[in-house]
Design a protein around this ligand. Structure first.
Ligand code: DGJ
Length: 742
């Protein structure tokens, strides 16, 4: 067992490497982690608690870090236990703040005080073992810092070595402490069709809770935060940030204590939580990733993007440079809704191929007795009226046209009007004898049950064995209600909050293992299940059902604070848009979507030859610069938020050989002119050649200039004239440019 593997610290000498970039100072009992431009230090204080000492810019190699020493009490009301920032503080000894861990013992005791026991190197980082001062409850904290970015991953394993059960009522992955100071908290919230709103507010004393109680990640809030110190802006100033890798109910609490220390604690949502640990059992928390940047929110998101590409996404064993850009897809949903059939989809496939699309995806409607959203979920056989000879003829046709084939599924759901529900009404989340709430006429299968897990894995495996499918769009269109699991004793039913998500990950992992070439998108009625947990098993996500190209500018802006454009799918759809009736040009729609991983979701059978030619040309352009846009360094030059009249982004390839700029005019008043764009991240010495992918350039703009020019002087898109060949003006206008190193 972990805690018996006590490290003989004396054999390490005074300051020994535990792991690359990690040092343990035996004399002071401090742990120091260095990676990228970041140093993180914690130590064992004089009481035996694990205390955070430093998190910030990288310190000098020879710098002496002081030993941990608990904070003093503040009169009799804020004692030292409360004032001392611990790495993983438990609820006991009078703690008044958010605990990382809280539990109830069989005898009713609820006091838990964790002290350091030992540490040891692990495969890819190191572990520190804590133990309650009395009971045989152990907590192993796992640490791993990435050398390039300084992003630290933290999680905990809670082990019950008592003879009796204990019930874990609250378990965080980690708690982060920041230096005392004034901070602005950034976090993402939303709703269906309105995800990815960036909120910015001053941190004050008390707690700010961002969470999902909905059983999955949710549209309502996303498990990411960034705290800016003092006067920070997009490209400068100190930022501490973090993201939780969990696709079930979660909670992040940002709390400023009475003495102004800021702590961020995140993990399983304690609401309705209660995980019974039998003697000898343990509970593994999700991972909480944390990072630091001195280059503002832009620097923080670039670190996260790179980390996601190299450490989180599948195919992570390949060098980053080799991660495939996403195929340009066509998706049938907005074109045909549930009315899919052989003939209609084949006609769309022909049109899609003519545009230069790489992947044809058939969305909802192909299975069971699915005519609308009232029936069919759960019955994953091909609908014989719509596809009399199965999916093969359509898939063959798609292949003949030079594309691969993707298919929509919603594996965790069931309609009451389905063979599956008629056979297994007990398979859904429910409390026996109580009503079962339906949303979109569907219920949630209890994936925590082993038989349900096996059923879901079984039908997906069969589907992939029997059909040449390259891609699954995995949807999830409601939240939980009545989360009972009546197979288990009453006291243990709340395990559902952990086991459901674990089984989801298991199925995804197993499918990938059995079908290594199949790619998967995480969709949940748009962006309801996007987090670093699901991204370990999925290649892309659907950020929102709102595909209006103007709304998407703000959504995509918010999305990129936490997630890389590599995974950000963006479809070009119809105008006027179904959601808000806004009319926009096809060029505008294309350029808005080209900021992420491009897809076409319109009814392309209606497109004119001119529209087809325009889209074909822009897909061709996109293919040439896609790796820079989706895997390069993103600079948000002008924010679309807060009613801005303009917005602009710039992406720079890792080797600085290429850059792509997107500029948008929303709606201007009083003739305001598009601002000159001072570019970022280029090699100042190198010469770059400018070319418009689409859009005007002001008089006198050089064709070739140095990186220093583009960054110092900037890119001028407008003069004051009304000549659209030299001046970028109007409402809902878009332009795009590329710069290539000479
Ligand atoms: C919700 C998704 O977000 C849409 O893209 C579409 O797949 C529908 N579900 C299908 O029911």
């Amino acid at each position: 067992m972990r805690h018996f593997l006590v490290v003989l610290i004396t054999t390490f000498g005074l300051c020994a490497p535990l792991h690359a970039g990690t040092h343990y100072d035996a004399a002071k009992q401090t742990f120091r982690l260095d990676g990228g431009n970041v140093t993180y230090v914690f130590g064992v204080n004089e009481r035996g608690e694990l205390q955070q000492i430093y998190w910030g810019p990288r310190l000098g190699e020879k710098d002496e870090v002081p030993a941990a020493k608990s904070m003093q009490e503040w009169a009799s009301f804020d004692d030292s236990y409360n004032n001392t920032p611990q790495e993983y503080v438990s609820w006991g000894a009078g703690l008044n703040y958010e605990p990382a861990l809280k539990m109830t013992f069989a005898d009713g005791n609820r006091d838990l005080v964790l002290h350091y026991v030992s540490h040891k190197a692990s495969d890819d980082g190191f572990d520190v073992v804590l133990k309650d001062v009395k009971a045989a409850v152990y907590v192993t904290l796992h640490y791993k810092m990435e050398a390039g970015s300084g992003i630290l991953s933290r999680s905990a394993t809670i082990e019950n070595s008592e003879k009796q059960n204990v019930t874990v009522e609250q378990a965080a992955a980690a708690a982060w402490s920041l230096p005392r100071g004034h901070y602005t908290l950034n976090y993402l919230t939303g709703r269906w069709a309105g995800e990815w709103t960036l909120n910015q507010e001053a941190v004050r004393q008390g707690a700010r809770v961002i969470e999902s109680r909905r059983g999955s990640t949710s549209h309502q809030a996303n498990p990411w935060f960034a705290l800016q110190a003092g006067e920070t802006n997009e490209e400068s100033g100190e930022v501490w940030f973090g993201a939780l890798a969990w696709s079930g109910s979660w909670r992040i609490t940002v709390e400023q204590d009475t003495l102004d220390t800021v702590r961020v604690t995140g993990g399983f949502n304690p609401f309705d939580f209660g995980y019974v640990l039998h003697a000898g059992e343990s509970l593994e928390t999700p991972v909480f990733y944390g990072g630091y940047s001195k280059d503002g929110l832009g620097g923080a998101s670039r670190l996260l993007h790179r980390y996601e590409i190299s450490n989180i996404l599948p195919h992570r064993t390949e060098p980053v440079a080799k991660l495939k850009p996403r195929p340009v897809i066509f998706n049938s949903w907005e074109a045909t809704q549930f009315n899919v059939d052989d003939e209609g989809q084949m006609a769309l496939a022909e049109k899609a191929a003519a545009l230069g699309v790489d992947r044809f995806v058939m969305d909802d409607g192909w299975f069971g007795q699915r005519k609308d959203d009232h029936a069919g979920l759960g019955d994953w056989y091909v609908n014989a009226q719509k596809f009399p000879h199965g999916l093969k003829p359509l898939i063959d046709k798609v292949h003949t046209l030079g594309m691969d084939f993707g298919l929509w599924v919603e594996p965790e759901m069931v309609n009451p009007d389905s063979d599956l529900y008629r056979a297994h009404p007990d398979w859904v989340l429910n409390f026996p004898g109580r009503d079962r709430t339906e949303q979109r006429n569907q219920m949630v299968l209890n994936l925590a049950r082993p038989d349900v897990r096996d059923y879901v894995l079984g039908f997906l495996d069969k589907l992939l064995n029997e059909n040449d499918i390259a891609f699954l769009k995995w949807d999830y269109n409601r939240n939980w209600s009545e989360p009972g699991w009546d197979q288990l004793p009453a006291a243990e039913q709340k395990r559902v909050y952990v086991e459901f998500t674990r089984n989801l990950y298991y199925i995804l992992d197993e499918l990938r293992r059995r079908h290594p070439k199949v790619e998967i998108e995480s969709c949940s009625g748009g962006g309801g299940r996007v987090d670093l947990g699901i991204l370990r098993y999925t290649d892309e996500v659907w950020p929102s059902d709102n595909t209006d190209p103007f709304d998407r500018l703000t959504q995509q802006d918010g999305f990129t604070y936490a997630y890389t454009p590599q995974v950000m799918m963006a479809w070009v759809t119809e105008s006027p848009h179904w959601f808000n009736h806004r009319a926009t040009s096809l060029t505008y729609r294309m350029l808005s979507s080209m900021q992420g991983s491009l897809g076409i979701g319109a009814n392309i059978s209606k497109w004119t030859p001119e529209e087809t030619a325009l889209v074909k040309r822009l897909i061709g352009e996109y293919h040439q610069v896609q790796a820079t846009i989706t895997q390069g360094d993103l600079y948000r030059l002008i924010s679309p938020r807060n009613g801005s009249e303009f917005s602009a982004t710039q992406s720079v390839s890792g080797d600085k050989s290429q850059s792509v700029v997107f500029a948008f005019i929303h709606s201007t008043q009083e003739g305001r002119v598009f601002p000159r764009l001072k570019l970022e991240g280029l090699d100042p010495q190198a010469m770059y050649k400018l070319r418009a992918i689409e859009g005007p350039l002001a008089h006198g703009t050089p064709e070739v200039a140095s990186g220093a020019w583009w960054m110092g002087h900037g890119l001028e898109l407008s003069d004051i004239s009304y000549d659209s060949t030299v001046s970028f003006h109007g409402d809902f206008q878009a332009s795009a440019y590329r710069l290539d190193k000479q």
